[in-house]
Each structure stands twice: as C-alpha cells, then as structure tokens.
Design a binder for this molecule. Structure first.
Ligand code: IPM
Ligand code: MG
Length: 358
C-alpha cells in the first residue's frame, strides 16, 4: 500500500523526534512492502516564522488531502510574546477543529522494563497500569468565547464552556467502542456536582450506555479521578472525558508511566485521516542536544498504522521493536537508570528501526 503523510515537524524538539519516527516508519514500510511518502507542511512557530500565521491555509488543505498527519510538537519561549490569535497553539487547535478530529486517544501504559521509572510505589505499579484516556478534542472551553474586558478600570476575563448533546454523544460512543475492544470498563469523568455541561454529559453518557450492554459504565468526578489515578490506577480501563479535563488528566496519567516522553496519541474524526503526535510538548530546555526521547513519536507512528491505515501487524511490529530495544537495556536520559546503556535521540531511532521484523 502507498500512503501519503503530511509531516509537521514543529518547533524546538519537534523536528528531532519526527525524524526518528519517520525513520522507523520508512523501515517498517520497507519490511512489509509498503510505501510511505512524507510531505513536509508548516504549522506552529515554524509557520509563524515563514508566513506570519500559525496555520497557513495550504497546511490545512494538505493535511485534509493526505492519508494522515504526523506531528512533533509546537510552541516555545520564542513565541510567548506574540498576540494570542497568532500563537503556535492556535495552529494546533485550528488543525484539530479544521480536520474535525473530535476524539483524542491517549494510552497510559507502563512498560514492564521501565516500572522503576514510575514515581509511584512499586506495589501500585505492580497492580498494573494500562488504560486509555479518550479526550473530547474540539469542544468545551477550548473553543468557547474567550475575552478580556475592562470594567471600572479593572480587567475581567471570560472563557465559556459549552457542549451540545451531539458533541457529547459522538465522543462517548468512541469511549464505549474503545472500551469494548479492551477490558470493557468505561469510566466517564465529569464535574456534574457543579457544571451544567457535566450534567448534560452524564445524561447522554447513561443514554448511550444502553447501546453497549457488554461494557460496564462507571462515572467519576474529575477531582476524585485525579486522586484515583495516583492512588489506584489499576482500576481504570478506558476513561472518557471532556477537553480540558482530558488535557489535565492525560499529563498526570503519562507521568505515572515513568516519562511523558513515552506516550503517543491519536486524534481521530469521522474519516480514516487522523493526526498522530506524542503528548509531550516541544521541550525547549533540552532541544537540539540529541537527548529527547523519540519513543512517544515513534509509537504515534504505530498508532497511525493501526487506526488510519488498518495495518495492525505493522503497528505491532513497531511496538515489538520498542520493547526489544528496552529489553536490551537501551535508554534515553529521561528513562535511564543504573546498569542501563544511555543513548541519544538518533541512536534510539536507529536501534528501533533496526529491530523491526515482519
Ligand atoms: C495537549 C497540549 C495542547 C492542549 C496545547 C499545546 C494547546 O497541552 O495536546 O495536551 O492543551 O490541548
Ligand atoms: Mg496537554
């Protein structure tokens, strides 16, 4: 099969991790007899530098026309002073909504080889950490009205959160479908003791639950969920939640697995064209020194093969290669421990590419 992939390298560490993911994807294509064609497009700070806007029309068009999109990370201190509508993050949000990628899947799984890197107590890790957060990605407060006004000489800021039944229904359904092919337990996370958006969310969740009698439907308040993720993460299989809660909980969930550098993500809509990116940011403090961990981006490539290209074996081959390299003791700095072998970003990519087997 031949697939075209729009490639957004992004800012700071972005290009370094994308380079390794492309290396591993090209090697996988070679081993399995496919052709992956990467086309570089600009978004975020890189696009601001070249065109003055974070999401050029051309980029959105190219992404929509491709079979999928691979993204490194955007943003960083260089762009902190630009006006809010021109920030690199606006490019990312514009791409998510322009492509209608309403479902964001963020797995949190501990690699057994890296259990010691988790900040949690060994007995909590040993109970098992393997769940996925299904985050709503194009609604809620991220896409509501934002404004800062002046009243009596003092500033006032407003951000509006709103959700329609339709928006909730489609993401909750992705939650149930995800849980159905995992361990069949779906936890809907909201703040229904305070927010109207959450009360509607809960109502829709219970209605959709009737279509999935084989999945156990649970509900949890977001503050409690934040606590349960560090107290007893083994209780979770699939979590479905709104945009902002998902943003916060997914950083927490990634950290308990040992390093945010390991976690991939998939953003999906109603077509097979999705966007795949590591959940870490552009890591400006460690960029350009060949030390960032490319595994989150490499595994994002694996998710692309699985969800956008219907290539489960190819995806499994990438995951197996990552496992093999970790088994052999190779580590980037963020996951390094005594007795292991420290390597840089490019070496990690080379080792994983070399380990791809059909
Ligand atoms: C993420 C990031 C983004 C978000 C930022 C960069 C806008 O934190 O993908 O989780 O808040 O969604
Ligand atoms: Mg985030």
């Amino acid at each position: 099969m031949r697939k075209t992939i729009a490639m957004i390298e992004g800012d700071y560490s972005g290009p370094e991790v994308v380079r390794e993911a492309v290396k591993v994807m090209k090697r996988t294509a070679e081993v399995f007899g496919h052709e992956f064609v990467f086309k570089k497009v600009l978004m975020g700070g890189e696009a601001i530098d070249a065109t003055g806007v974070p999401l050029p029309d051309e980029t959105l068009k190219e992404c929509l026309a491709s079979d999928s999109v691979l993204l490194g990370a955007v943003g960083g201190p260089k762009y902190n002073a630009v006006p809010k509508d021109k920030r690199p993050e606006r490019g990312l949000l514009g791409l998510r909504s322009g492509m209608e990628l309403f479902a964001n899947l963020r797995p949190a799984r501990v690699f057994p080889q890296l259990a010691a890197a988790s900040p949690l107590k060994p007995e909590i890790v040993a109970a098992g950490i393997d769940f996925v957060i299904v985050r709503e990605l194009v609604g809620g407060v991220y896409f509501g009205k934002h404004e800062t006004t002046v009243e009596n000489g003092r500033k006032k800021a407003t951000d509006i959160m709103s959700y329609s039944e339709g928006e909730i229904e489609r993401i909750v359904r992705v939650g149930f479908e995800t849980a159905r092919v995992r361990n069949k337990v779906l936890t809907s996370v909201d703040k229904s003791n305070v927010l109207d958006c959450s009360r509607l969310w809960s109502e829709v969740f219970h209605r959709v639950a009737k279509e999935f009698p084989d999945v156990e439907a649970r509900e949890m308040l977001v503050d409690n969920c934040a606590m349960q993720i560090v107290r007893n993460p083994a209780q979770f299989d699939t979590i479905v939640t709104e945009n902002l809660f998902g943003d916060i909980l997914s950083d927490e969930a990634s950290m308990i697995t040992g390093s945010i550098g390991l976690i991939p993500s998939a953003s999906l809509g109603s077509t097979s064209c999705g966007m795949y990116e590591p959940i870490h940011g552009s890591a400006p403090d460690i960029a350009g020194r060949n030390i960032v961990n490319p595994i989150g981006t490499i595994l994002s490539g694996a998710m692309m093969m699985k969800y956008s290209f219907a290539m489960p074996e190819e995806a499994a081959a990438v995951e197996a290669a990552v496992n093999k390299v970790l088994d052999e003791g190779w580590r980037t700095g963020d996951i390094f421990s005594e007795g292991c072998k420290k390597v840089g970003t490019t070496e990690m990519g080379d080792l994983i590419a070399k380990a791809i087997k059909n």
